[in-house]
Write a protein that binds this ligand. Sequence first.
Ligand SMILES: Cc1ncc(COP(=O)(O)O)c(C=O)c1O
Length: 284
Amino acid sequence: MTLLALAVGGRGLVDPGKPVLHADDEAFLRGRAAFETIRVYGGRPFRLDDHLERLAASAERLGLPQVDLVAFRGIAREALDASGERDAVLRLYVTPGREGGSYPTALAMVSTLPHDLDERRARGLRMISVQLGIEPGVRADAPWLLGGVKSTSYAVNMAVELEAQRRNADDAVFLANGRIVLEGPVTNVWWRRGRDLFTPALELGILAGVTRATLLESVAELGYRAHEGMYPVEELAGAEEAFTSSSIREVMPVVELDGAPLGDGRPGTAAAELQGALRRAATG
Ligand SMILES: Cc1ncc(COP(=O)(O)O)c(C=O)c1O
């Protein structure tokens, strides 16, 4: 991805090649900041309201001052217009600002889309399962674990992506103790048996994906039943097909889990149908 345009709260458009944060911003010092990643279709950020709502909720859980959503809309629009790109990645960040101060920084950045998404969708992803080492229900009762918060403390998620590459795979799924399926490092996870679709419940402390919510709205009209719950990884491994969902990657088929073929080892029909429904919702 290449950064095309950058706008900063209170300043407006700035040169994307110039630094904008202080060295003692807590976003950098301690990974304490909230962010959102949004796909832009034909110049329109998809479900911007939902992303802004989640950004405000994440910021609140991180103890940041209330997010000025009107200002965020403004800098998002400025960055989008300046980028000249109709199909792009829009990222919003709110940082606490300088240590000891109380001036949060709001950033809106527009970047190019990753170039290989359709090729990966056609091929399907090889996935590994990795332990997160927590009890499945613990995050619901432990707000300090920041379950469901989209914070910039993503080093673990990125380390897992590297581990997947090291094991010759493309993506990963986190498991709680008891081998309960949670989510991917940057995606929600789904699988299918017959006309039944399964995805882990939000009560497990996973991120409430905006794409996940969009897909749940489309499931019934495509003739599927959706189930949200607490499922062991064996359910995923024995599924007829599996896929992930996220704003930028959209619906990505999974064709292998821990080195074994998933279903018939090819991208599945529900993934293709839901990808179609997502695109219709985003561009219709
Ligand atoms: C941990 C995690 N789960 C799920 C998702 C998918 O969320 P969304 O569909 O809102 O992009 C993301 C997206 O970045 C994520 O980081």
